[in-house]
Design a binder for this molecule. Structure first.
Ligand code: BES
Ligand code: MN
Ligand code: ZN
Length: 496
């Protein structure tokens, strides 16, 4: 799908849809006014008789209207003008995207953005969200063989018309929104792929393919032999129970001429988490294929960053392993030595994410990072704390935490800070090693972050626990593509 920005509405093709965003007050501007006039007040009449109220995310499809060459128009409500906000816009933009994609329209046009922008939300801000929602809503997973392959929506081209003065800014914003959504597609594909296909080796191949696709990217794969030689005993303790070889995948985007300190993103890539010897109950265990969504988000962000040629140095590190029970698997009680030299008593083999991540964090030191942000479906406790609405953010650098909270607010892909007070650290005390890998049931998300903090002493660091937001269960089961929008917004803010 192509999204273009112009300073007037184009001539439509013969299968188009015109989008009209309208407030609840019924005041019509721009194209809406023209259509109303030429149709003898049909839009006004819809308000008067209550068929369309202009409520947030309300949609109404009309056919063969006078005053437009589009074969259909889609009215989308925005609620009251005085309560209009980025949140309302997101709801309406998503509803509009879904409704348009459900029609057979191949072209979408709209000149509504200028009529609804204000001091807090520019036409460019609105266009960024709409572009992202249109492309993200068109996502179809079709990577598994099926008799009936799911079909993609018909929409091919969108033209958003804005005032001449806003053209340049809006075009940049649309590029950002488009690339964010394209990154989300990759994240969702990797998350949704079956765990017998999406193995650590498969992820390594995809990382190499990404480097072939983008000139700014280089990929390096660290295999188990090299990890053994380096002393990554924590990572290997997880990987050794699996027939699948673990991989540490490093993707480097060189976007700055001068050797600026990189932003390093680290992703938990447990391609399937059975729990290991501390095996999980079998109900919904299939969903543990999503335990690599932190890694999938690193892929999505690297893809978007490289497509946009962002002038930042960004490095993605993926810790990819499978957690299986086996004769060779780690046992509860095993003591292993991490790359940092600290020893760990593995009291529960199901707390494997922190074991693969801690060695990846130590590995990140070699890049002398400006900031390190890790993403992981780390704890079930995070879902209890924040549900499926927000990620948890914890770290050792308040500025980075604040920047992530703000980026989440702006993108609607929110995160909320939990305390990383020293008081929690004692829950990790071990009688037999430097630390245990679990801290008991109380504050499970915090003690997991406490564990990671012991390996993030050499740089500014924040950790995102994405267990509640990376995928949806139930009828719409699938990977969500989050937290790619959060991370992309964080990176955009680092630029601006
Ligand atoms: N991948 C899980 C966390 C998880 C659980 C994510 C459910 C999404 C949904 C992680 O590896 C895990 O098993 N964590 C344990 C930690 C515990 C043993 C300290 C958990 O949360 O129960
Ligand atoms: Mn686990
Ligand atoms: Zn896990």
């Amino acid at each position: 799908m192509q999204i273009n920005v112009a300073n007037r509405l184009p001539r439509t093709t013969d299968n188009a849809c015109q989008l009209l965003f309208l407030f609840a007050d019924g005041r019509l501007k721009g194209a809406a006014r023209k259509i109303d006039k030429e149709s003898d007040g049909q839009l006004k009449a819809l308000y008067a008789n209550g068929d369309f109220k202009g409520e947030k995310a309300e949609t109404l499809l009309l056919h063969a209207m006078p005053g437009t060459t589009a074969s259909r128009i889609l009215l989308v409500g925005l609620g009251e003008r005085k309560t209009f906000s980025a949140n309302v816009w997101r709801a309406s933009s998503k509803a509009a995207s879904k409704a348009v994609l459900a029609t057979p329209a191949t072209q979408l046009i709209s000149d509504s953005l200028n009529t609804i922008s204000d001091e807090t939300l520019s036409a460019a801000d609105l266009a960024e969200q709409l572009a992202c929602d249109l492309i993200n809503s068109a996502y179809v997973f079709d990577l598994h063989p099926r008799r009936d392959t799911p079909s993609s929506p018909a929409l091919e081209e969108c033209v958003l018309s804005v005032d001449r003065s806003q053209l340049e800014e809006t075009a940049t914003a649309v590029q950002r929104g488009t690339s964010t959504a394209t990154g989300m597609h990759l994240t969702r594909d990797l998350g949704n792929l079956a765990p017998n296909i999406c193995t650590p080796s498969y992820l390594a191949e995809r990382a190499e393919a990404l480097a072939t696709e983008h000139a700014s990217l280089t990929t390096t794969i660290v295999d188990e032999e090299a990890m053994e030689a380096m002393g990554m005993g924590a990572f290997l303790a997880v990987s050794r129970g699996s027939q699948q070889a673990g991989k540490l995948i490093v993707m480097e985007h060189q976007g700055q001429k001068r050797a600026g300190k990189p932003i390093v993103l680290v992703g938990k890539g447990v391609t399937f988490d059975t729990g290991g010897i501390s095996i999980k109950p079998s109900e919904s265990m299939d969903e543990m294929k999503y335990d690599m969504c932190g890694a999938a988000s690193v892929f999505g962000v690297m893809h978007a960053v490289a497509s946009l040629q962002l002038p930042l140095n960004v490095i993605g590190i993926v810790a990819a392993a499978e957690n299986m029970p086996d004769g060779n698997a780690a046992r509860p009680g095993d003591v292993v030595t991490s790359l940092s030299g600290q020893s760990i008593e593995i009291l529960n083999t199901d707390a494997e994410g922190r074991l693969v991540l801690c060695d990846a964090l130590t590995y990140a030191e070699r890049f002398k990072p400006d900031t390190v942000i890790d993403m992981a479906t780390l704890t079930g406790a995070c879902i209890i704390a924040l549900g499926h609405v927000a990620s948890a953010v914890l770290g050792n650098h308040q500025e980075t935490i604040d920047a992530l909270v703000a980026a989440g607010e702006r993108s609607g892909d929110r995160c909320w800070s939990l305390p990383l007070w020293d008081d929690y650290q004692t829950q990790l005390d071990s009688n037999f090693a430097d630390m245990a890998n679990i801290g008991g049931r109380p504050a499970g998300t915090i003690t997991a972050a406490c564990f990671l903090s012991r390996f993030a002493t050499q740089f500014n660091w924040a950790h995102l626990d994405i267990a509640g937001i990376a995928w949806t269960s139930g009828k719409d089961k699938g990977a969500s593509g989050r937290p790619v929008p959060l991370l992309m917004n964080y990176l955009f803010n680092r630029l601006d």
